[in-house]
Design a protein around this ligand. Sequence first.
Ligand SMILES: *[C@@H]1O[C@H](CO)[C@@H](O)[C@H](O)[C@H]1NC(C)=O
Ligand SMILES: *[C@@H]1O[C@H](CO)[C@@H](O)[C@H](O)[C@H]1NC(C)=O
Ligand SMILES: *[C@@H]1O[C@H](CO)[C@@H](O)[C@H](O)[C@H]1NC(C)=O
Ligand SMILES: *[C@@H]1O[C@H](CO)[C@@H](O)[C@H](O)[C@H]1NC(C)=O
Ligand SMILES: *[C@@H]1O[C@H](CO)[C@@H](O)[C@H](O)[C@H]1NC(C)=O
Ligand SMILES: *[C@@H]1O[C@H](CO)[C@@H](O)[C@H](O)[C@H]1NC(C)=O
Length: 367
Amino acid sequence: MSTPTLHIILFASLASPLVSTGCANQSGKGVALFIFGNSLNDAGTNNYINTTADFRANFPPYGETFFHRPTGRFSDGRLIADFIAEYAKLPLIPPYLQMKDGEEFIGGVNFASGGAGALVDTYKGFVVDFKMQLKQLKQLKKKLRKEEGKEQAKRIIKEGVYLISIGSNDYLMPLVYNPALFRSISMEDYVGMVIGNITTVLKGMYKVGGRKFALIGIGSLGCAPRVRSLTRNGSCSGEANKLAKLHNVALTSVLAKLEKRLQGFEYSFFDFYTSGSKRIQYPSKYGFKEAENACCGSGPYRANTTCGGKRGEKEYSLCRHPEKYVFFDAFHPSDRANLQSAQLMWNGSLSVIRPHNLEALFKYEHI
Ligand SMILES: *[C@@H]1O[C@H](CO)[C@@H](O)[C@H](O)[C@H]1NC(C)=O
Ligand SMILES: *[C@@H]1O[C@H](CO)[C@@H](O)[C@H](O)[C@H]1NC(C)=O
Ligand SMILES: *[C@@H]1O[C@H](CO)[C@@H](O)[C@H](O)[C@H]1NC(C)=O
Ligand SMILES: *[C@@H]1O[C@H](CO)[C@@H](O)[C@H](O)[C@H]1NC(C)=O
Ligand SMILES: *[C@@H]1O[C@H](CO)[C@@H](O)[C@H](O)[C@H]1NC(C)=O
Ligand SMILES: *[C@@H]1O[C@H](CO)[C@@H](O)[C@H](O)[C@H]1NC(C)=O
């Protein structure tokens, strides 16, 4: 994997909205967005690493709805992070590996990599794992210090929001490819290992200087078309959903502990499991027509991950109206589903995003 050297001119332009007011706490202006995790957050990272089409979405019909071209995003359109950036009055945030020499820092960086897990072994060799993403954050900080000086770099890192989606691949990999794993290790112990590794990285990000963390909980994995297709009667996989729930409970408890123990640590936890389950159970209530079948793919539930025809099989089907689907492909939400998640995260109530929504987290000022 190549890591381009960066030469970042920070806030070089006086026209930059990030510098013009100097108000770190007004409608989120001046607050950077750092994005980490897996395909839910990947805006093109995997286009720049040596991997396979299984871990890429840089071919049509990905991107068709909003960008009208593939970007590497695993959706027909925007990701949750794209909407959050918009609400925070930031531009689209570029992948770290896409940034070129001398490129201006425009208010954030995206480190997320499709297929990445908290465990180093999850799709090892094909993804940028969560620990490596932390290393890249450290590299970014060095560059910021060089270009902007110590104090400015520190401020950007400290005031930034760290949007993280990680863990689902650590469960999906064994569920789909090695279901026997849970005969040799209990679900609880496995979840403990995933959470332990996430905790290590969160502490690492805190040590680098990050203070505001927005965690996207794990969704109802068992109802993703790919996982649904593995059950005998096409119902959601109870096993997968159990792992997701165990994970989310353990993660919220870790976050509360970190808030107590680490001075200035602030977080938001998005209950993606509950909000996603509601949409899957009552699609029409949320403007969807289809929540079981994917829009793009092949076979039952269009659960075969052939969307785009680059992953082994050339033949696949594509729905006409992705906005009517909760899932664009066998694992990933549609632009519209992502929009709804982002709005809930931005200004939703405490029932879905707690203890602060992102609008509040962006505004929050540290003493
Ligand atoms: C934060 O907001 C308050 C109230 O709007 C304002 O008085 C203050 O100047 C702001 N702080 C910064 C650093 O802009
Ligand atoms: C990319 O990975 C493949 C298979 O893992 C390997 O054969 C190839 O040499 C790698 N290419 C580069 C440029 O590292
Ligand atoms: C992280 O995961 C590894 C397995 O990849 C495990 O051996 C280790 O105990 C985990 N670390 C923590 C702190 O849980
Ligand atoms: C599908 O099977 C599961 C048990 O494997 C059962 O709990 C569930 O009720 C069944 N659903 C339908 C729709 O038949
Ligand atoms: C997906 O499609 C390919 C090609 O038709 C087939 O070989 C494979 O078994 C299918 N996989 C699943 C999980 O349906
Ligand atoms: C929540 O934020 C979204 C996106 O900015 C906006 O469209 C919506 O009106 C807001 N809702 C409320 C209740 O403020």
